[in-house]
Design a protein around this ligand. Structure first.
Ligand SMILES: Nc1ncnc2c1ncn2[C@@H]1O[C@H](COP(=O)(O)OP(=O)(O)O)[C@@H](O)[C@H]1O
Ligand SMILES: Cc1ncc(COP(=O)(O)O)c(N)n1
Length: 282
């Protein structure tokens, strides 16, 4: 018999294309060696070109999924992705609160404040932003916005690392324990810098910027890798460091798929035994 692995829960939407959303989260959890569990919030109709629609899961069913796995299997760390509506956000906030997830609580809780897909299609109803800001961010161990989400949450227009520092301060004022301001969209930075702060410690995680359009699922993959490492017991700075190394390689190994943006890829973690592109086509 093998030892039971640590467990990680994603509370997120489904991407029919398999590159982002809970599909990206599950494959990242697997690649990082933790058992992945899901509370599905919404089902999107999505491919490499965009999101053409979505339907929400009733909030009571979202809460029931979280409670079912937490009460039986246990959750070592959790994250959120697409939450779709104010009602789902309020339900998730009260459910995770009752279970002891969140800032300075037993179970680390990562909030990836997903508002839109990389194609610009909305994944959050208009009235939900305020709920995200006031009900979920104050409960987060770590919040991981990209620069579009920074603009939505704080009104700040950020293009470089100095701006990322200001954004981290503005976001910390909303109540999370740690903030990771991701720099993938920082057009004025030649390198990809993600800035982490808890108000006392400010850490920059810097890496190469690869010239590729295939970054679908990048934010989900980073937040999931961080969550997996938190589940294994690492502190936030070490988990972010491990997550950044993981996503860097996944962007380097991303692949084209469909006519639009292909996904970042954790296949490299499987070693040399995966099918080559040639055998995939045949
Ligand atoms: N072209 C790139 N080359 C290397 N790393 C990247 C690239 N684009 C994004 N990243 C990294 O991927 C992660 C996700 O970043 P970002 O694009 O800012 O967020 P999102 O995917 O949520 O829009 C970050 O760690 C960022 O540094
Ligand atoms: C269900 C779901 N969740 C999250 C994303 C964001 O990912 P990306 O920014 O790469 O489009 C997405 N497109 N779909």
């Amino acid at each position: 018999m093998t030892e039971t692995p640590k467990t990680a829960l994603t509370i997120a939407g489904s991407d029919s294309g398999g590159g982002a959303g809970l599909q990206a989260d599950l494959r990242t959890f697997f690649a990082c060696g933790v058992h992945g569990m899901t509370a599905v919030t919404a089902v999107t109709v999505q491919n490499s070109i965009g999101v053409s629609g979505f339907t929400e899961i009733p909030p009571g069913i979202v809460a029931a999924q979280i409670e079912a796995v937490a009460s039986d299997m246990g959750v070592n760390a959790a994250k959120t992705g697409m939450l779709a509506s104010a009602e789902i956000i309020s339900t998730v906030a009260s459910t995770v609160d009752a279970l002891g997830f969140g800032r300075e609580r037993q179970t680390p809780f990562v909030v990836d404040p997903v508002a839109a897909s990389m194609h610009g299609d909305s994944l959050l109803r208009d009235d939900a932003l305020e709920a995200l800001r006031t009900e979920l961010l104050p409960r987060a161990t770590l919040v991981t916005p990209n620069l579009d989400e920074v603009r939505l949450l704080t009104g700040l227009d950020v293009n470089d690392v100095a701006g990322q520092r200001d954004a981290a301060e503005a976001l910390l004022a909303l109540g999370p324990q740690w903030v990771l301001v991701k720099g993938g969209h920082a057009t004025d930075s030649p390198r990809c810098v993600d800035l982490l702060s808890d108000g006392t410690h400010v850490l920059e995680f810097e890496g190469p910027r690869y010239d590729t359009p295939h970054t679908h699922g990048g934010g989900d993959t980073l937040a999931s890798a961080i969550t997996a490492h938190l589940a294994k017991g690492l502190g936030v700075p070490d988990a972010v460091s491990a997550g950044k190394k993981f996503i860097e390689r996944c962007v380097a190994e991303s692949y084209p798929l469909g006519a639009g943006a292909g996904p970042v890829s954790p296949f490299w973690r499987l070693g040399p035994d995966i099918p080559s592109p040639a055998s995939r086509d045949s």
